[in-house]
Design a protein around this ligand. Sequence first.
Ligand SMILES: Cc1cc2nc3c(=O)[nH]c(=O)nc-3n(C[C@H](O)[C@H](O)[C@H](O)COP(=O)(O)O)c2cc1C
Length: 208
Amino acid sequence: MAGERRRSVALAITGASGAMYATRTLAALLSRGVHVELVISDYGRRLLRDELGEEAAVEQLMPYLSGRYGDEVGRGSIALHSNRDLGATIASGSHGCSGMAIVPCSMKTLAGVAHGLSRSLVERAADVMLKERRRLVIVPRETPMSLPQLRNMVLCAEAGAMMLPAMPAFYQLPKTLDDLADFMAGKILGALGFEHDLYPPWSGRVGA
Ligand SMILES: Cc1cc2nc3c(=O)[nH]c(=O)nc-3n(C[C@H](O)[C@H](O)[C@H](O)COP(=O)(O)O)c2cc1C
């Protein structure tokens, strides 16, 4: 835990459905004392408000998270960057960010990462993770998927990213939307190298 406390992770929120996956992941990281370099695209900002309400607007994110997930989120810290600021810390490989997750990841941002376009801070920071061989976790959300979208996922996987689609499982017998969000956030934390108890490990039997 003491090691985790010093860790710094980048989290990008883009304009795909599933804003709750992002807020749950952010809250779980903060509760572990992680420093989060946060960047949210214009449509990511819109999705936060559209899906979670005005109280989840970017300007009020910390009070929203502590109200929703508890005061432990105060153990971590956030540096919020503009998606237009290509001079932000996480645009450089010299910054000590240990990994990055894009939650959720739109097909547009997926395409940008797959082709190394670096048009925005989200795309540039992802590009940095790939070139530095650090963990990049991409959580795409779209259905059905076109051939270019499928190919873009393969390109990202070939470049070293972990493709972690927003596909919550049902063998944990979820009862609420929060259970589904916990499952996805747990998968993302695990992929970033964090221990978590967001869902119980598979016991060999459904419901056991
Ligand atoms: C309400 C809403 C839901 C959307 N859901 C998705 C989605 O699930 N997946 C996706 O790829 N794009 C989705 N989009 C479209 C993206 O937001 C759009 O392509 C945008 O340009 C993405 O930009 P960004 O990657 O910079 O956030 C949605 C848009 C809106 C307004």
